[in-house]
Ligand binder design. Structure first.
Ligand SMILES: C[S@@+](CC[C@H](N)C(=O)[O-])C[C@H]1O[C@@H](n2cnc3c(N)ncnc32)[C@H](O)[C@@H]1O
Length: 233
């Protein structure tokens, strides 16, 4: 299958999470009507779900190609921080058997979506956790594989993960510090943390191993995708 099946309301959230999905026509509307009307009205009523499902799938296939060689058969426990709808994890699940996925996400859409750098003030969000769960199940993930945690309300899972992924979220829109102590608790020395950052060099002081696996010039912020492991302290 080269598309995702989208539950109702998912297209709008996916577009807010992946703004590169909108074509020139919607970009013009966003400019013309402003972010508030775009995020709360235009994306609610005028998107074609089927088309978004196809485009989102193709982006997630590309994203998977940047990380798949680093994932090993023995990696079982995956944690996704700000995974959005979870398209990447669906692709991982379709390619590799017997994995378990935990997601830490947020359960609201900001009034005016701004794709800035919030630093330690981290209040931008564009997700709905029940829509996300439906999306994962509709695209082949078993209920027993899915654990979703609301960053603002739930106790976060304390288990040693094998792979932690955060694309266009941690250290892209908000400071890594927001999760630093938590990540130290849930990482083994060989846990792979993959995330997009606007300051890759900073992490040489944080981890023993830092590898740049992708350079991104065309995203909202210029960034690098890094694979890190083994916290220095
Ligand atoms: C730009 S989107 C990227 C989504 C997805 N990773 C992707 O690549 O399509 C950023 C996501 O981070 C989520 N987010 C914001 N703050 C968060 C936090 N403190 N913890 C977890 N997720 C967060 C937002 O709700 C949003 O879904």
């Amino acid at each position: 299958m080269n598309y995702f099946i989208l539950p109702s309301k998912a297209a709008r959230l996916i577009v807010l999470q992946r703004i590169e999905l909108i074509g020139p026509f919607f970009k013009k509307l966003r400019k013309l009507f402003g972010r508030y009307i775009f995020s709360n009205f235009i994306t609610k009523y005028f998107l074609k779900s089927e088309l978004i499902g196809k485009k989102y799938h193709s982006i997630m296939i590309d994203e998977f190609s940047t990380i798949k060689k680093f994932i090993k058969e023995e990696d079982k426990l995956f944690l996704s921080i700000g995974g959005g709808m979870g398209g990447l994890e669906v692709i991982i699940n379709q390619s590799l058997d017997n994995k378990n996925y935990s997601f830490i996400e947020r359960n609201y859409v900001s009034k005016k979506v701004k794709y800035g750098w919030g630093g330690k003030i981290n209040d931008e969000a564009y997700n709905n956790l029940s829509v996300q769960k439906n999306f994962l199940q509709m695209n082949g993930m078993q209920n027993s594989q899915i654990n979703i945690f609301d960053y603002d309300k739930d106790s976060l899972p304390v288990t040693k993960f094998d792979v932690i992924i955060s694309l266009l979220s941690l250290d892209y829109h908000y400071d890594f510090e927001v999760y630093m102590d938590y990540l130290k608790k849930v990482c083994k020395s060989d846990t792979k943390i993959i995330f997009d950052t606007i300051r890759a060099d900073y992490f040489i002081k944080v981890f023993k191993n830092v590898e740049v696996i992708k350079t991104q010039e065309n995203t909202v912020h210029k960034s690098k995708r890094v694979l890190c492991s083994n916290f220095l302290d």
